[in-house]
Write a protein that binds this ligand. Structure first.
Ligand SMILES: Nc1ncnc2c1ncn2[C@@H]1O[C@H](COP(=O)(O)OP(=O)(O)O)[C@@H](O)[C@H]1O
Ligand SMILES: [Mg+2]
Length: 479
């Protein structure tokens, strides 16, 4: 798609390097390319240089309806990123005010995508470092990841190599020859349990001295915290607590020391607050501003589905789009994309012209509830194990199964289930209260009157399919 000469020309600066900051507002995802000043502009650059309302008008005039490329795997940015305008605006506002941010939200809601998209949009003002802690098992691993993340910025990377030079005999040439994974491993191998903190502090000090402020995005931090806190046995011990405490203090101290020059963003899917509370470390994040990333509204989800349909030539019967949102119940972006993906594959396979409401139901029952659910659930089980510890996990699992199979969980059922579990040194009712709190915090259950119900229909149905067999609901046990 090219920018037409007869369209009103936007006010653009002379060089891409001089582009002002994004001007906010409703931005549209479009496939637009334009030549400007000898450089190819794609829509992410157009977004930065134009008021969004003007951009939206121009884009609609160019080809009428919006389009979106599908994606059902990793994080999305640019032409694959849909909406989130208001969230991005607020997020950037916080960053511009110098705040550290704590964003906790359920899995697959788009946390990583939001952070990556924000980073793209503010890259002129900030150096952005993406530190993925999903695989980190120790504080030293996390520091190695932080060092590795500086690799994308030449000037900062040069300083990182200085910090690690005393332990690794590197020359500029062989540093260049390393690939990114080797860099992480090499940095890690040069640290000990005793010096990760000093190296980490040096890295933060380096970040604070750059010519632009820095944003460090720590993704999946709660996974690391839970690992530190519970170890391989998934059990909190005084030693584990000490290790988790040292790590959180390191983050906290640096967030205070370098406020103004470094912003820290922490995010993750499993409850960081419940984990920290278990370790009496709640105060360690009180320098962070909480940020809520909600699921999509119905309008946003339907807009996304229309743009996907437009991109791939799929047509929906009236009511079919609404039915998709109704079946899902809770509009987690990944589930919306997954639904479309299944519809698209099905339409191609059977050469269907139009997707009917009945077809949406069939696809939900057959495709949506089949294989994909298994992969998602095994991730969730693993994370629930981590959040609860091995001892408490079976009770949490049964609580969820009761809610999925019966459709709700009431006080009587939860107490009946609870009686079957004995925890050394713990009061079952208190354990139950903690479980319900974590399950609500992590977006599994919500309170509805006197009962707890699943937030997402899809998750409930997945859970039910997996754990229904052989499970006797509490009401049937009594009779
Ligand atoms: N803004 C968005 N636009 C389009 N799809 C999205 C968006 N955010 C999330 N998704 C969908 O959700 C999937 C998971 O996104 P991700 O950012 O990895 O979630 P999280 O980090 O919360 O687990 C993506 O592969 C994509 O299918
Ligand atoms: Mg993520």
């Amino acid at each position: 798609m090219t920018f037409q000469g007869n369209q009103p020309a936007p006010q653009v600066p002379k060089k891409i390097g001089e582009l002002p900051r994004q001007q906010g507002g409703a931005l549209k995802n479009r496939i637009v390319a334009n030549k400007f000043d000898g450089k190819k502009l794609d829509n992410s650059i157009l977004r930065i240089i134009m008021p969004s309302s003007l951009l939206a008008t121009i884009l609609l005039e160019v080809d009428g309806v919006e389009k979106l490329e599908r994606a059902v795997g990793n994080f999305v940015t640019g032409d694959k990123f849909w909406n989130r305008d208001r969230e991005i605006e607020t997020f950037v506002e916080y960053l511009d005010e110098g705040a550290h941010i704590l964003m906790a939200a359920p899995r697959r809601i788009g946390k990583t995508s939001l952070m990556r998209e924000v980073a793209l949009r503010v890259q002129d003002k900030y150096y952005c470092l993406h530190v993925d802690l999903q695989k980190s098992e120790s504080s030293a691993d996390a520091v190695a990841e932080l060092g590795k993340a500086t690799h994308t910025h030449k000037k900062i990377w040069a300083k990182t190599t200085e910090i690690f030079r005393n332990i690794l005999d590197w020359t500029t040439e062989n540093i260049q020859a390393f690939n990114i994974d080797e860099i992480g491993i090499t940095l890690r191998s040069g640290m000990t349990a005793g010096d990760w903190q000093a190296k980490g502090d040096q890295l933060f000090s380096t970040l604070a001295e750059t010519d632009k402020p820095v944003i460090v995005f720590f993704d999946e931090l709660p996974i690391l915290i839970n690992r530190l806190l519970k170890g391989k046995e998934y059990k909190i011990t005084p030693e584990h607590k000490k290790v988790a405490d040292a790590f959180m203090s390191w983050i906290r101290d640096n967030s205070i020391r370098h406020k103004g020059s470094v912003r820290i963003v922490i995010t993750g899917s499993i409850g960081i607050e419940p984990a920290l509370r278990q370790a009496d470390l709640s105060a360690s994040l009180n320098t962070f501003t909480p940020f809520v990333l909600p699921a999509w509204s119905q309008d946003t989800a339907i807009g996304c589905l229309k743009a996907l349909a437009n991109q791939y030539g799929v047509s929906f019967q009236e009511g079919a789009l609404y039915r998709i949102t109704e079946r899902l119940g809770y509009l987690i972006p990944h589930h919306v994309q997954l639904f479309f993906d299944n519809i698209y594959v099905d339409s191609k396979l059977h050469s269907r012209k139009e997707v009917t409401v009945d077809r949406v139901d069939e696809i939900y029952e057959t495709r949506m509830l089949s294989i994909q659910g298994h992969a998602e659930l095994s991730h969730m089980e693993e994370r629930l194990k981590m959040a609860f510890g091995l001892e408490v996990y079976p009770l949490a699992l049964e609580i969820l199964t009761e809610a999925a199979v019966t459709g709700y969980l009431d006080a009587e059922a939860s107490l009946t289930i609870c009686k079957e579990y004995v925890f050394e040194g713990l009061i079952s009712k208190e354990v139950l209260r903690d479980i319900l709190e974590i399950l609500q915090h992590d977006g599994y259950l919500r309170q509805q009157g006197e009962e707890f119900v699943f937030v997402s229909n899809l998750l409930k149905d997945w859970w039910k399919r997996r754990f229904d067999f052989g499970y006797i609901p509490v009401s049937k046990r009594r009779s």
